[in-house]
Design a protein around this ligand. Structure first.
Ligand code: 3HC
Ligand code: NAI
Length: 704
């Protein structure tokens, strides 16, 4: 039996209705492309129809090409041909847009002869975020609709715009008041019929003139923001080159650029990241497990994290009660949250009335735990001390209603020990938010030994509600992210002990694509935090472990990082982002002499190899121990919490793409000098020997 087509055709009252119904996002699969071509052919022969409305069922107009087909041989009809067929129709076609009109979806709309958008529609060409460029005429038709500079802006950034902005730019012809796309399209079609307007084909619009100076300026801007990525600049070149050619030749060079980019590691990495983010929420063991209802949230501790979590929860529409130690701290927390909400208003993310209603009606900062008797879920964010946290959990155990979820935001501590302070460990879970919690999307969901499945399901539901990406982790020191950070930071510290300068390490790491190097990050976070941790661990430290004595010296001389104007870098009005400290080399040289270390030179490549090997090796151990269920979850954590360059896919993807055998060989080489730190992960060793990969077994989506 053949599958019914996802494209339906029906004509009525002189109008043909072409409806795409391909859930969840009406992606342009081969069946949709064929169905659209067939519908246009049917329109030509339909004596009853003088015009057509193209619209979509479900939550959105077409959200793009079907990404899961990428990397496989193309199945005809290919998208540029479908758009050309649509545009060539002698009867006008109105595209009625709703939801998110993205990529190939917008290119289909640009092939139509008129575009009408319902309220709330957003649109864009996000292909560069997947390492590609618009490959179905977007680079050629968009500039003809909106002008060269607006097209360069939209295509090279991949950003979305709302319907109002699209109207201003000339990307859509009309905004509907209707929310139903079919009705909006029909009204527009009737207007066009009444006017007797002929189809307007963007391919027939003369190419707009290119201002060489403006393009030059855009090139510099895009090169800067693209950093190591190739797609944005290739997209810019494709737009500009095409405008100097006849339309068909412009299309041909776009096709060439698209197929070239399809072969790049950058494209594979970005699409891996796209699916990895969505896969993180899939938990086979939670199928059929209902989350507990969560409307009222409690937070204990209103410092940096408590405030950010509260602002994020309020923005997600939750009722929030925050408990602090005393009135002054409660007032300070409330003021901090107010500031964050004001910031959201300024950025246009929230309207002023809603923000003030949130602060007065659904938020309260208190000093008593009693109101927590009403909440559905509590997040503890007090000082990072096991004793303090256990005391808080004993109190929560007394106060909270049965069935309330009790969560800790601890960065490193053992969630089992925290759960053990209560009589209900099944209700306890780790919810590790990242700072600033109202901005960062990552949430590590730390499932402890006795955590009940519906508590884990509740944590994933909370992540979704708050617009976060929840990634599951088991219990270990630092969970997935901080444990890996400790490993690559340690590798960096060893490089500095052995002869590299912190500036050289930072530069090598930035050259990999990270926004900052480890010493810049240290200065930003404050060097006292790591110092305190080292002091705490000193009594139980293995004697073979090498201590970054230079970091201790900085702290002991009052250099705590940015907040004191001096850390690894110097900060002043002339260099607010920091500049190298001329005294650093001398300090390090003296220290190496004291420690009996003969300094060595390290090349940028050697620094990068050690940094990445430490990260990958720890990731493999985390996978092997079952702390992370799949390699792609580790990638999501590093991408969203630690600045890993997205166009490299995450450390596990990067390792598979680089070759596990060469990474394992590097680690064995490093281990010859320091066998304590460089202990090769047994999983990595095995996979390297077998020619395997860290990625989970390949399924359809993984094959990208
Ligand atoms: N192809 C295939 N599957 C897609 C898809 C696409 N373009 N877009 C979304 N999906 C899938 C997701 O994988 C997810 O599947 P799952 O439920 O099995 O995990 C499901 O659709 C729902 O997606 P989200 O969870 O992301 O749903 P949201 O409502 O949060 O977001 C969205 C919807 C804004 C459309 C978002 O999915 C999105 O940004 N999609 C990608 C859009 C895109 O990049 N389009 C351009 C493609 S490239 C192109 O068109 C090339 C052309 O120029 C030739
Ligand atoms: P912070 O020091 O800014 O805030 C802690 C707050 O808790 C203070 O306002 C304090 O008054 C309050 N507090 C302490 N004991 C309390 C009690 N018994 N009852 C009520 N309030 C109490 O600390 P921060 O940075 O917000 O960290 C909190 C937790 O979040 C820690 O466990 C930390 O490890 C974790 N975390 C911190 C991140 C960061 O980047 N700052 C990132 C992720 C997690």
């Amino acid at each position: 039996m053949t599958e019914p087509s996802p494209v339906r055709y029906h004509s009525e009252g002189g109008i043909a209705f072409i409806e795409i119904d391909n859930p969840p996002v009406n992606a342009l699969s081969a069946a949709v492309r064929q169905g659209l071509s067939d519908a246009v052919a049917r329109l030509a022969g339909d004596a009853d129809a003088r015009i057509a409305v193209l619209f979509c069922a479900g939550r959105t107009f077409i959200a793009g090409a079907d990404i899961s087909e990428f990397g496989k041989p193309p199945v005809p009809p290919i998208l540029p041909d479908v758009v050309a067929t649509l545009e060539a129709s002698v009867k006008p076609i109105v595209a009625a847009l709703h939801g998110t009109v993205l990529g190939g979806g917008l290119e289909i709309a640009l092939g139509a002869h008129c575009r009408v958008a319902v309220p709330g529609t957003r649109m864009g060409l996000p292909e560069v975020t997947l390492g590609l460029l618009p490959g179905a005429g977007g680079t050629q038709r968009l500039p003809r609709a909106v002008g060269v500079e607006a097209a360069i802006d939209l295509i090279t950034s991949g950003r979305q715009i709302d319907a109002r902005k699209a109207l201003d730019l000339g990307l859509v012809d009309a905004l509907a008041e209707e929310t139903d796309p079919r009705a909006a399209g029909e009204a527009e079609a009737r207007r066009l019929l009444a006017e007797g307007r002929a189809p307007r084909r963007l391919s027939g619009v003369p190419a707009p003139a290119v201002d060489a100076d403006a393009v030059h300026a855009w090139r510099a801007k895009v090169a800067k923001s693209a950093r190591g990525q190739i797609a944005p600049l290739r997209a810019l070149d494709t737009i500009v080159a095409g405008l100097g050619l006849p339309f068909a030749d412009g299309m041909a060079q776009e096709r060439q650029a698209f197929t070239d980019l399809m072969q790049t590691p950058e494209r594979a990495a970005l699409i891996h990241a796209f699916f990895a983010e969505r896969r993180a929420a899939q938990q086979d063991d939670l199928a059929g497990v209902d989350a507990r209802p969560i409307r009222r949230l409690g937070i204990v501790g209103g410092g940096t994290m408590g405030q950010g979590i509260a602002a994020s929860a309020l923005t997600a529409g939750m009722d929030v009660t925050l408990v602090e130690r005393d009135e002054a701290s409660a007032a300070k927390a409330a003021a901090g949250i107010g500031k964050m909400l004001d910031g959201a208003v300024k950025r246009g993310k929230l309207d002023a009335d809603t923000a003030s209603r949130m602060q007065s009606q659904v938020f309260r900062a208190v000093t008593s735990y009693d109101p927590l008797a009403q909440v559905d879920l509590v997040i503890e964010a007090v000082f990072e001390s096991l004793e303090v946290k256990q005391e808080v959990f004993r109190t929560l155990d007394r106060v909270c209603r049965p069935g309330a979820v009790l969560a800790t935001n601890t960065s490193y501590l053992d969630v089992d020990l925290i759960a053990g302070a209560t009589t209900r460990p099944q209700d306890v879970i780790g919810l590790h938010f990242f700072s600033p919690a109202n901005v960062m999307r990552l949430l590590e969901i730390v499932v402890a030994g006795k955590t009940a499945p519906d508590v884990t399901a509740t944590a994933f539901a909370l992540a979704k509600k708050m617009g976060k990406i929840g990634v599951r982790s088991g219990v270990c020191d630092g969970f997935i992210g901080n444990r890996m950070m400790l490993a690559y930071r340690t590798a960096a510290d060893h490089l500095v002990l052995d002869g590299a300068s912190p500036y050289q390490v930072d530069q090598a790491v930035v050259a990999l694509g990270f926004p900052m190097g480890p010493y810049q990050v240290g200065d930003l976070a404050g060097l006292d935090i790591g110092y305190a941790t080292r002091q705490r661990k000193a009594p139980t430290r293995d004697p073979r472990e090498r201590v970054p004595v230079f970091a201790d010296r900085l702290v002991e001389s009052g250099r705590l990082g940015r907040k004191t104007g001096r850390g690894y870098y110097l900060y002043d009005d002339a260099s607010p982002q920091g500049r190298p400290d001329p005294e650093m080399d001398g300090m390090l040289a003296g220290l190496r002499t004291d420690l009996g270390i003969t300094p060595r030179d390290f090349s940028t490549e050697e620094i990068q190899a050690r940094y990445m090997a430490a990260m990958v090796n720890e990731g493999a151990k985390i996978l092997d121990e079952g702390i992370a269920a799949r390699a792609s979850d580790i990638d999501v954590v590093l991408l969203h919490g630690y600045g890993f360059p997205r166009w490299k896919g995450g450390p596990m993807h990067w390792a598979d793409a680089t070759g596990l055998d060469s990474i394992a060989a590097d680690i064995r080489r490093f281990a010859a000098e320091d066998p304590y730190f460089w202990q090769l992960s047994p999983l990595l060793a095995r996979l390297a020997a077998q020619g395997g990969t860290l990625a989970e077994p390949k399924t359809g989506k993984d094959a990208a």
